[in-house]
Design a protein around this ligand. Structure first.
Ligand code: ZN
Length: 347
């Protein structure tokens, strides 16, 4: 059988279009039981882990499982440490023993305990972090863009060490209430205040991961001008604790979907739940864990939006799959069969 060259060219183009249409951006909220461990797999198959969970075998094993068994990748291209707390960096040494890590991004390892606690085990922790067998280390600054393949894809740092990105690629927005000052809480001397925060963009789709950035520092992103874009998916900052999640920031981000990487007794603060529920555009909330504290009544999302219901859990994850060049996305919890589709808002 003979094919004319034109047919071969046309079928080649059709195949490429089909391939482009099947491309997806994937985000996995891996259960580190109140820690941070968010895995991003880009349409080109590159991987970025934002925070590596707690020390020990449990969290690194769960990260490896998502990366290797679910996403079918054999290494981590980028690992970002938003700040130097054990629930965000503790898993890095064990993880590096399980999968090769190419690039490590952080705020620059401090010599002394980042919370100013002289009695901490910081010398041991920092020694093992310094010894991580990665290919390259990079210090993060506001405006740092992780080099990823894909012209419509961007992962950018919007704040680091309390310095916001003053000239973001999406521009800034004036506040309509520019005479008022944001409400503040007590000062935070911990390393949470230094946390880096990130905006992931693919076409029209946007996702915000603020690590554990705390209340007063969050105001730098929204006052005197708004430096963050509107987003589709909001990772509820700091596991849903009320020392974070300033309402001005959440109103500026104006998400359609929130995902909280809480623990069964960590996060899920009533004030944060109320702030989320008051957002006019929010369509759905998800939690990695059910809040099992005494205040659980009223401070949980519906059970089918929760990946792990009991306190002793198997470490189920939440998955977001963005398709059609960023136009639509689905949230699924494979463990309970929940699936829901959302349309990316035009911003
Ligand atoms: Zn944390």
């Amino acid at each position: 059988m003979r094919f004319c060259p034109l047919f071969l060219i046309l079928s080649g183009i059709a195949f490429l279009q089909l391939e482009a249409a099947s491309e997806s951006l994937n985000i996995y909220w891996i259960d580190s039981e109140g820690g941070g461990s968010t895995l991003i797999v880009t349409p080109a198959g590159e991987s970025v882990l934002i925070d590596s969970g707690n020390a020990g075998v449990r969290d690194p094993s769960r990260i490896r499982q998502a990366l290797v068994d679910v996403a079918h990748l054999d290494h981590l291209d980028h690992c970002i440490t938003t700040h130097f707390h054990s629930d965000h960096m503790g898993g890095a040494p064990e993880l590096a023993a399980l999968v090769p890590i190419h690039h490590l991004w952080d705020n620059g390892l401090p010599e002394k305990d980042p919370d100013g606690n002289p009695a901490s085990n910081w010398p041991l922790v920092s020694k093992s972090y310094k010894a991580l067998p990665v290919q390259e280390r990079h210090q993060v600054h506001a405006g740092t863009v992780i080099p990823l393949k894909g012209s419509r894809l961007q992962l950018a740092c919007v704040i680091s060490r309390q310095q916001p990105w003053l000239q973001p690629t999406w521009g800034n927005r004036p506040r309509t209430d520019s005479n008022s000052k944001p409400p503040l809480k007590g000062p935070d001397g911990s390393d949470n205040a230094n946390s880096s925060a990130w905006v992931l963009t693919w076409g029209p789709f946007r996702f915000y991961d603020g690590g554990d950035l705390t209340w007063n520092t969050e105001t730098q992103l929204v006052s005197p001008v708004i430096l963050v874009p509107e987003v589709d998916v909001y990772q509820v900052t700091h596991h849903g604790l009320d020392v974070s999640n300033h309402p001005w920031l959440l109103q500026a981000l104006n998400p359609s979907v929130s995902v909280m990487n809480n623990g069964s007794t960590k996060g899920t603060a009533a004030e944060v739940i109320q702030t989320l529920r008051a957002l006019p555009g929010l369509q759905a909330q998800y939690q990695v864990h059910k809040n099992l504290r005494a205040d659980e009544a009223g401070n949980n999302c519906p059970d089918d939006h929760i990946a792990n219901l009991p306190a002793q859990c198997a470490g189920h994850f939440i998955h977001c799959r963005v398709t059609d060049g960023g136009a639509v996305y689905g949230i699924e919890i494979p463990a309970n069969g929940h699936k829901a589709s959302y349309v990316t808002r035009q911003k």
